[in-house]
Design a protein around this ligand. Sequence first.
Ligand code: OGA
Ligand code: MN
Length: 195
Amino acid sequence: MNIAEIAGQLTHTGYIVLDNPLPATLTAQLLTRCRHDDRFHAAHIGRGTDKQQIKSIRGDVISWLDESDSIDQAYLACMETLRAGLNEALYLGLFDYECHYAIYGAGSGYAKHSDVLNGKKNRILTTVLYLNEDWQACDGGELVVFEPEGVDVIATIAPKFGTMIIFLSEVFPHEVLISHNTRRSLTGWFRVSGS
Ligand code: OGA
Ligand code: MN
């Protein structure tokens, strides 16, 4: 990972799309960890929302990374290097990193939203790593990133194996278009320490 390049792009445009920032062997190992089993559960989106409502807003199931798993550890080590490098370059004060696998079944997506929820402002940077081999245009499932007002589209990213996007969590509303195939990813947030 070229941390100087990432820091520069985050400063200038607020986001960066990287083609293959991780070793291909690690990306392939991460994919083996992103297979549906009983670690995965429906995500929560705030209190008082019933299950059916949730599914219409957000159709993925998630599994948080396991610090005792060697593959997850290898990924977390890469992100720790990135965290330290970005702090050095940009003085962001990034304190930790939380991350989960996500699987969207065919027919699901995630409606337009912000990653900074309910006034909790400790998420600073969002990262999404895509794990889908042979992804086709007809599979849909693109991530659509909007400018801060949430009207104009500034980027549309296909969830191809090895692609990673990093963006300022508070700045960019975004949406996952309906996927027509099983869509796998690893989504995380660098955070500052909460009060
Ligand atoms: C999220 C999210 C984007 C993606 O999990 O909050 O916006 O492309 N994911 O999976
Ligand atoms: Mn999001």
